[in-house]
Design a protein around this ligand. Structure first.
Ligand SMILES: [Fe+2]
Ligand SMILES: [Fe+2]
Length: 191
């Protein structure tokens, strides 16, 4: 389960399988926002070369995921609808410290935690969905998101002391576990 402190509510999978198109549409928006996070980080820290290369790779992969999800929608004669936002991610980002010393650490770790939870949700979908095409797709994507989690933690350890990274990751994952417990099991990737 990577860094996560708990598993998703079992009720979520029932809602997700009953409203699969809603989940797929929200998933496309998640991939778009993951690419956006990469662009924000490489724009904000141009002097950090390793970060810029890692985020350039991430942006390419996430946009590729976005394209693949769009193609799945198209094959099902469905269209993308407006982004309804992501309350889970919004709550996590309320913990981002804004001072120069801590901001990058928190941004990297929060992005990494979102990747880890997305990986868990994709694994759940891969296990429970009947559709063979989607099962395969979600399994591949789960591996890719796990890799992104590792990238963010590796970058955090490159720019901060290992003990500081572990301590903050522990604090943020405790908070994330609390958010997960209180979710209403909506038909979204992080619902
Ligand atoms: Fe992705
Ligand atoms: Fe990702």
């Amino acid at each position: 389960m990577l860094c996560l402190k708990n598993e998703s509510n079992t009720g979520w999978i029932d809602t997700a399988t009953q409203h699969l198109i809603d989940v797929i549409i929200d998933h496309a928006h998640c991939e778009k926002k993951a690419a956006h996070t990469g662009m924000v980080l490489l724009s904000k820290y141009p002097e950090k070369t390793e970060l810029c290369f890692a985020m350039a790779d991430l942006v390419e992969e996430e946009i590729g995921h976005f394209r693949s999800v769009m193609q799945i929608l198209e094959r099902r004669n469905e269209k993308l609808t407006p982004d309804k936002g992501d309350e889970y991610a919004r709550l996590l980002f309320t913990r981002l410290r804004k001072d120069d010393q801590n901001r990058l650490l928190d941004h990297l770790l929060i992005a990494g935690i979102i990747e880890a939870r997305s990986c868990e949700r994709l694994q759940i979908l891969a296990k429970h969905i009947d559709d063979e095409e989607l099962r395969k797709f979600y399994k591949n994507l789960a591996d890719s998101e796990a890799g992104h989690y590792m990238t963010f933690v590796k970058l955090a350890k490159l720019y901060y002391e290992e003990n500081e990274v572990k301590k903050r990751l522990d604090e943020l994952t405790n908070y994330e576990a609390d958010i997960i417990k209180k979710l209403k099991n909506e038909p979204t990737m992080h619902g």
